[in-house]
Write a protein that binds this ligand. Structure first.
Ligand SMILES: NC(=O)c1ccc[n+]([C@@H]2O[C@H](COP(=O)([O-])OP(=O)(O)OC[C@H]3O[C@@H](n4cnc5c(N)ncnc54)[C@H](OP(=O)(O)O)[C@@H]3O)[C@@H](O)[C@H]2O)c1
Length: 295
């Protein structure tokens, strides 16, 4: 199997490069400036030249707060760019695996969201990703839209890396404890994407297509995620701060975040036979790697 991925230098794409290499899968990474989602005309020729069996659409405008003041850029990349990738895949008759987000929901209630539940993004980023989902679905039936959440990895900027950085010289950190979700390792996402791509490229079954929730097993709050990060880091000699939970109201941000980001993953496991590991497993793996990189 030969795969392409957009957003070569993003967390998911970099994890995918490692997981694909280990699995003996050829991965063609596509990135700016050659492939720019704000210039849709750059996409189809690059994908055509790549000669792949499926494309993973991972590039996105992911700056949730910045999106509030730059809606045009967010929609250009997350809606029009996503559409162009899906149209190019349709033209080549290959499946597109498009990454989306828990931020399409409004975060109300306290039960896990299912794929068919009503969406209601709280901010521009979520609205642009929802528009992207709709554009992909309209462009081709041969799609899997995969909503993931709270992504972290050894790469780029993410919550785990921030906690280890700011926690290194503080005795106490105040972290939001009333947003509940699934911290999900980019490497676990990558492994799942390869399994889903294998299924899509070997079977025309409509049950493999559509929208799926793809997050780690189990939930926690950001404060819980921080505590677990520090428990793991302490095993490697890190002097961990105390984590004090605070309500979202004490940590205002330009974009509102959903309180309840629990996602029901039953559909993915039943259709694709894929379940991601527990969030604590990914945390241990990533923290271990980051701590080993320090020494
Ligand atoms: N991070 C999360 O917590 C999270 C949660 C839920 C869903 N997701 C979704 O999962 C996917 C992957 O997320 P991630 O964390 O891996 O993202 P990321 O680390 O922020 O990487 C995004 C990538 O997209 C690229 N990109 C941005 N604008 C582009 C453009 N105009 N043309 C081409 N490439 C462009 C960036 O390129 P440059 O390197 O050139 O800037 C970057 O490499 C995204 O679709 C995101 O919406 C992420």
């Amino acid at each position: 199997m030969k795969l392409a991925v957009t957003g070569r230098d993003g967390q998911v794409a970099r994890a995918l490069a490692e997981v694909a290499a280990a699995a003996g899968i050829t991965l063609i990474p596509l990135a700016r400036p050659e492939v720019d989602l704000t210039r849709p005309e750059t996409i189809a020729p690059a994908l055509h030249a790549a000669g792949v069996d499926a494309v993973i659409s991972a590039a996105a405008f992911t700056a949730v707060d910045a999106a509030e003041s730059d809606a045009d850029a967010a929609f250009a990349i997350n809606e029009a760019g996503a559409r162009a990738v899906a149209l190019a895949a349709a033209d080549l008759n290959i499946p597109v695996l498009h990454l989306s987000t828990d931020y399409v929901f409004d975060g109300s209630g306290d039960t896990p969201w299912r794929e068919g539940d009503a969406t209601g993004p709280l901010g521009v980023y979520g609205a642009s990703k929802l528009a992207g989902e709709r554009a992909v679905a309209a462009a081709t039936d041969n799609h899997a839209i995969l909503r993931t959440a709270w992504v972290y990895s050894p790469f780029g900027a993410n919550f785990v890396k921030t906690m280890l950085r700011v926690g290194a010289d503080r005795d106490e950190l105040k972290v939001v404890d009333d947003q509940i979700g699934h911290p999900t390792s980019a490497h676990h996402i990558a492994a799942a994407l390869i399994g889903i791509a294998r299924n899509l490229t070997t079977s025309p079954d409509p049950a493999l297509r559509g929208t799926f929730h793809m997050v780690a097993e189990g939930t926690t709050s950001w404060a819980g995620f921080a505590r677990e990060t520090f428990v793991e880091a302490s095993r490697h000699g890190f002097s961990a701060p105390r984590v004090t939970g605070i309500p979202t109201s004490e940590y205002p941000t330009p974009a509102a975040r959903p309180g309840n980001s629990q996602l029901d993953t039953t559909k993915l496991s039943q259709a694709h036979g894929i379940t991601l590991p527990r969030w604590q497993d990914g945390t241990a793996e990533v923290v271990t790697r980051l701590m080993e990189d320090r020494t």
